[in-house]
Design a protein around this ligand. Structure first.
Ligand SMILES: Cc1cc2nc3c(=O)[nH]c(=O)nc-3n(C[C@H](O)[C@H](O)[C@H](O)COP(=O)(O)OP(=O)(O)OC[C@H]3O[C@@H](n4cnc5c(N)ncnc54)[C@H](O)[C@@H]3O)c2cc1C
Length: 460
């Protein structure tokens, strides 16, 4: 990027809101995939017009533009693999409108997901998508990746709550998609096209979200099991009993050992797995479901399981803090990991977990599984130490076998983390050539010069 371009970037966003200083560029060179690529510049626009001017400049001079939220993506989505400009959304962080009567909000992409939810709670409203990273990730990044979270089992994922978008296209034009009404079927559903597009089709500058009324009451339970098969089988059983938890999370024994000192009380050594289950709704609804759940867990054939309810908000928060800490705490087991977010139909979870145990034995690696079992989405973490001879190769082989098995089980290789660079070589395992060609044609239409986040999603 020559000096002339840098001068123009500075003119668009202002002297204080761009940088080419190496110490700043390093801060925007990595994400949670733990890979590193240095950008050539970083800009902090604070309006759609500034974003449009930056994209017009990029089109004219043909340099890559990579949108970045908090950089918490697990697949390298925000990394500048071909250099270029990082478009940081941290100043596009306004909650523009909360329309309480119509249960709709309009926000900018740099708003932190947890801050948005907190603001809504004050107004008695609820935006359910709750990635475990919600204290630091942004709504723009959630839309970019199509993020999900524990509440997806009852409420759905980010795509289910996005009603419309303002998007700046590669040539600097501004496109508005969707409506602020529940219904709207005029033309193609362009909104859905941008959700999960990982910043490869346009830069999102405004987001219209659906909201729900805040549930009146919530109860949190810990279910322990001395049998792995019982714990994983219980997931489908709970849902088949007509119990509709708003979260149903699973942690295996290895995951529990990583967070042992964060839990309210240690588990006996015979515990092989736990489920964290929450019920929400009106007090009457929750109480009925609570009864049904107790009957199921305490039934004669469920001897391997125990159930315990969080007694107060402090205990509930402690359980969630421990759950959210699993991913970072996993590094206590080994310094490196391949972290996948595969999904299978929930009745196949026992098969998937058994396969991970087999992979662990055959590849001589610790594999830790946890995640959103209620919707069949498990995080499979293949722990290894790259400095040990052969370990990285064994981990890569295990990952490929995992993907093939997931497809065999009629699942998908990514439920919420997206493809980025880490999964790009594998999309052909799941998508037929016609699907990849159609997606390529869409990319070509929106971004003919390939300036928007190049090198992502498609195998290079
Ligand atoms: C500890 C931990 C726990 C996690 N738990 C979960 C979880 O439970 N569920 C889950 O889904 N994910 C989870 N993640 C992954 C990650 O937090 C999500 O993918 C999140 O959506 C990324 O948001 P971000 O703001 O960090 O985006 P970034 O990582 O900065 O960007 C993600 C993608 O979105 C694109 N993007 C960002 N802003 C825009 C924009 N304005 N316009 C267009 N594209 C844009 C980027 O180019 C990139 O491709 C977790 C990560 C960590 C580290």
């Amino acid at each position: 990027m020559d000096k002339n371009i840098i001068k123009k970037i500075r003119r668009i966003v202002g002297e204080k809101h761009y940088s080419t200083a190496p110490e700043d560029l390093h801060c925007y060179s990595y994400d949670a995939s733990r890979q590193t690529f240095l950008p050539e510049a970083v800009a902090f626009p604070d309006s759609s017009e500034q974003v449009a001017d930056l994209l017009r400049l990029a089109s004219e001079h043909n340099f890559p533009v990579i949108a970045r939220g908090a950089g918490s993506g697990m697949t390298g989505g925000s990394l500048p693999v071909r250099g270029g400009l990082i478009l940081a959304c941290s100043r596009l962080n306004r909650i523009i409108e909360i329309d309480q009567d119509n249960m709709v909000a309009i926000i900018e992409p740099g708003v932190i997901t947890g801050d948005f939810q907190r603001e809504l709670r004050r107004a008695g409203l609820f935006y359910p998508p709750d990635p475990a990273s919600l204290k630091f990730c942004t709504i723009g990044g959630n839309v970019g990746e199509g993020a999900g979270g524990p509440s997806a089992v009852k409420y759905g994922v980010t795509k289910d709550f996005i009603m419309g978008l303002e998007v700046v296209l590669a040539n600097g034009e501004i496109l508005n998609t969707g409506t602020r009404t529940e219904k709207g079927v005029v033309g193609y559903d362009l909104t859905r096209l941008f959700v999960g597009a990982e910043g490869t089709l346009g830069i999102i500058t405004k987001i219209i979200t659906r909201l729900l009324p805040l549930p009146e009451h919530k109860e949190t339970f810990l279910i322990t099991s001395t049998s792995l098969t019982r714990a994983t089988g219980l997931v489908a059983e709970i849902l088949n009993q007509g119990i509709t938890p708003c979260t149903l999370e699973y942690l295996d024994r290895t995951a529990l050992s990583a967070i042992a000192n964060l839990l309210p009380a240690p588990f006996p050594p015979e515990v092989q797995a736990i489920l964290i289950l929450e019920l929400d709704g009106s007090r009457k609804e929750v109480s009925e479901q609570h009864e049904r759940l107790l009957q199921l867990i305490t039934a004669e054939e469920q001897k391997e399981c125990t159930i315990q309810q969080a007694t107060d908000e402090k205990e509930r928060e402690q359980i969630w803090q421990a759950r959210r800490a699993v991913s970072p705490a996993s590094y206590q087991i080994a310094p490196h990991k391949i972290s996948e977010d595969v999904v299978v139909p929930r009745t196949r979870i026992p098969d998937l977990v058994a396969f991970c145990e087999k992979l662990s034995r055959e590849h001589e690696l610790n594999i830790l599984t946890f995640g959103h079992a209620g919707d069949g989405n498990l995080h499979v973490n293949i722990m290894h130490d790259r400095n040990q001879p052969g370990a990285a190769g064994r981990a890569e082989q295990a990952k490929k076998r995992l993907f093939k098995q997931v497809i065999k089980l009629e699942g998908t290789i990514s439920g919420e983390h997206g493809i980025g660079i880490t999964k790009a070589p594998y999309i052909g395992l799941e998508l037929a050539p016609t699907a990849i060609r159609t997606m390529g044609a869409i990319k070509q239409l929106f971004d003919p010069h390939n300036i928007l986040n190049p090198g992502k999603i498609f195998p290079q």
